[in-house]
Design a protein around this ligand. Sequence first.
Ligand code: ATP
Ligand code: MG
Length: 459
Amino acid sequence: MSDQNLKLLLALRQWGDVQQLNAIFGPGNENGIEIVTWTQDGSRIFSDATSLDADIVLIDPTLPAFEANDIQRLYHHETKPIVTLGAIPPQGDWGSRLYQLGIKGHVNLPIGEAQARALVAMGHKAVQDALRERASPSYIPQVSTQVAQIIATHGWEKSMVAVWAAKGGVGKSTISENLAAVLGVIANRNTVLIDANMAGGNTHIHLGFPESVIAKNIAALARRYQMNLSTQGYRSAGNVGMLSAQSVLSPSEVQGHLTPFRNNLRVLIGLPKQFMGGDEYFQGELGRGYMHELLAVVASMADFVVMDLGQDTNAAVHLQALRDANYVFVVINPDAASVRATGEVMETLFKHVQLDAKKFRLVVNRFHPEHGIARKDIVNALQMPEVGVVPDGGPKVTASLNRGYPLVIDSRGEIARAIVSIASTLYPPVSQVWAHRGKLGGEKSEGLGKKLTDLVFGA
Ligand SMILES: Nc1ncnc2c1ncn2[C@@H]1O[C@H](COP(=O)(O)OP(=O)(O)OP(=O)(O)O)[C@@H](O)[C@H]1O
Ligand SMILES: [Mg+2]
């Protein structure tokens, strides 16, 4: 078998399909792809593909003992990516499920000659794309078994973090989006980012979500909460028994309002219009109840919850989030006005609302040694431990917000490092993942992709 040929593993049920494929991909064919083996046992796919050095796997998902996770494991296989194509059975809704799991193309079963021929171009393209992605600086490998073991031995706890500031425009969104991306994308922990800024959300813009998903936002879920509350009241008034003890929002309702970003990060999109913060379901008891219940449900389904909160402590939603969070990261800029404003707001906050001061941490953003204000003075003035210092990155930080994904995804610079360090206070193993990622990722890559990255992030 020629070394230049791509190697194809067939994981199919029917001999008829295999015969069709053999006519195109059999020994000595001219199509640049050769079949290495055929299996009907789903549990063999991963070991066969890796030991036979396959490049492409064609999978019928109804094969006995097929493991859905194998698609990702193969794709992120350390020695090289192994792409999966789907062989979609006529019955059932397999197509969309398989694409969610990561297949890179498909043919329909049963396989006729045209289907088999279509696989030639599809297979080559999928492998090329996978190799290109692996070589790019934004490639995020899954952790190896060795790293996974390190992770398993480190202690960490699920947690909910509110990112808050006493002032607008200091970097709450930048910090919360990047922090969520470190936890959910790089560390691959199940993470939910909630854009709860009642002065208007912006994560959907920063994360480049299409217009079509923006209607599924924190206000739509609040309306659902309000509606459920009224029907539940109605039902329990009708003496249906235990219904009043039931929660008002179900996990599937919450899940249905989350938008997947990448890997393990999902987002509850914020208010697309600023005035919506004044809507009745965000006010008073109703707003507090909604936020409390939302956080309880999200916490039950995620390892980490990161909230982007607006500065207004009169907003019921913000206050409730500050109460329920395990940690509050207070973002400040290193200027005297920002420190003073923060001190004053904190003082009134603690006077009027019972909040555990021990869970507050300081994040100094846009720090520059020449600003003439020392970190220890900020810490002393505000009497909060410091959890991180993020340097001022100049215009490239704003550029990263404009291009539609957080900078930590593909930057190895100082800002990314600072945010990984903040994330490691919640999830220590992320430091290892980050170090490991440097070795596996495309740091060595050259060419256009590298030049563009240099333009955005500096060499
Ligand atoms: N470390 C940094 N270095 C350079 N620029 C930064 C840094 N952090 C944030 N910025 C820039 O500051 C501006 C405000 O940041 P961001 O939107 O994150 O603040 P915010 O507190 O969420 O604002 P708002 O109160 O309007 O929601 C953005 O243009 C962002 O690019
Ligand atoms: Mg913001």
